[in-house]
Design a binder for this molecule. Sequence first.
Ligand code: GLU
Length: 477
Amino acid sequence: MSNTPDTLADTIVTRFPPSPTGYLHVGGARTALFNWLYARHTGGKMVLRIEDTDTARSTQASVDAIFEALEWLGIDWDDGPYYQTQRFDLYKAHIDQLVASGDAYFCTCTAEEIEAMRERAKASGDKPRYDGTCRERNLSPSTDAVVRFKAPLTGTTVVPDTVKGNIVFQNNELDDFIICRSDGTPTYNFVVVVDDITMGINTVIRGDDHVMNTPKQILLYNALGAALPTYAHVPMVLGNDRTRLSKRHGAMSVTAYRDMGFLPQAVLNYLVRLGWSHGDQEFFTVAELIEKFGLDSIGKSAGIFDADKLQALNGDHIQASAAADLVPHLLPFMAAEGYSAEAGPYLEAVIKTLKPRSKTLVEMAQAAHFYYNDPIVYEEKAAKKFLKAAALEPVQLLTEKLKASESFEEKALEQVFTAVMAETGLKLGKIAQPVRVALTGTTVSPGIFEVIAVLGRERVITRLTAALSYIAALPEG
Ligand code: GLU
């Protein structure tokens, strides 16, 4: 048995098969990403399949949420979406095929009988398993019969895995597992195999929580006469305390990161590093990932999810993005902060000053508020400390000189400040801090020359004049 069968077409065909029982979580998104990157890297295809046979837990809202998350991440697919609930005829035909070939049989053992088998196995120290009562009985279909797969009783089944190497399972540990319930619905491992075969999937990249299912699936491939896909079982994502990833470790839903002001390319970059590496490189563009991704560099140890690292990487991606590209991402966050901005050169100039200092778009939208906030509202502490009588003279002088200055380029602004320093004998800080509070309302902002250059003559003069009136109106003392 080979995992690189030459009967398969050369084109790599991967799949992402989410179960729509909730939002797309971080682990699921990583699986989608790996399959997508591998398909794109090899010039292959990715199939999207919605595994909705668990009708009690599957919802349309979850399907929609998964589509929304994939779209936001920029992960697309070439075939599908297929829905398993629409493929029951196909599954039925394959069950019939296995019964006809003698690889599956009807079983009418009752729940009580199965329970008794388990008890007996436990009592004799064996693994609880079906004891084969109906295996050779040649029963006909009936309303109370399930269909069981006739699993080999001896020997081994080997999962050839690109990440983990060969994983060997003893066949006597495998059950004659059910492939079709008495109500006619096929079971999970069976439909996955029928789908993967009929969809031409030749590369299965998934979480290693599916390793235990794989020997059963391999037996089904063999019985159906199909070539095995290449398997890559990726270690699970864990929290930084090395326990299974859960809400305790931060938001689990991909779109929650969108809503917290993360860029999709930063989330992709972070997800890929939870299990794949390229030397010690941390920052990747999507194009670079497509160029470099391969199964050979998937790691053997669990990826550790660290929300702080994700945030730092998001900051790097914000910094690396062109201001114009950030505009559509940022606008909704500005609206959420309660002010509106328009796309255009002013907003792009604003973004340029904030890119190096923003880890998220939420932070950026908060920090950009002063550029749009007329009249400016002063932070109480900042005003108390800097907008006082001592600031009157330098701010007045600066205002005069700015009015007279032909240029508002940073170079010219520097000269204006130097002149005010010379005339007043004050250090830059003594002038810049009151000016900063006058222009931004706070003591922390991008560089003062940048701020003045971006705000532009009209806003600057208006705000400085307002600050002068504010100081003049202060009660004396
Ligand atoms: N539907 C399964 C899941 O969401 C994936 C099955 C598979 O990859 O074979 O975990």
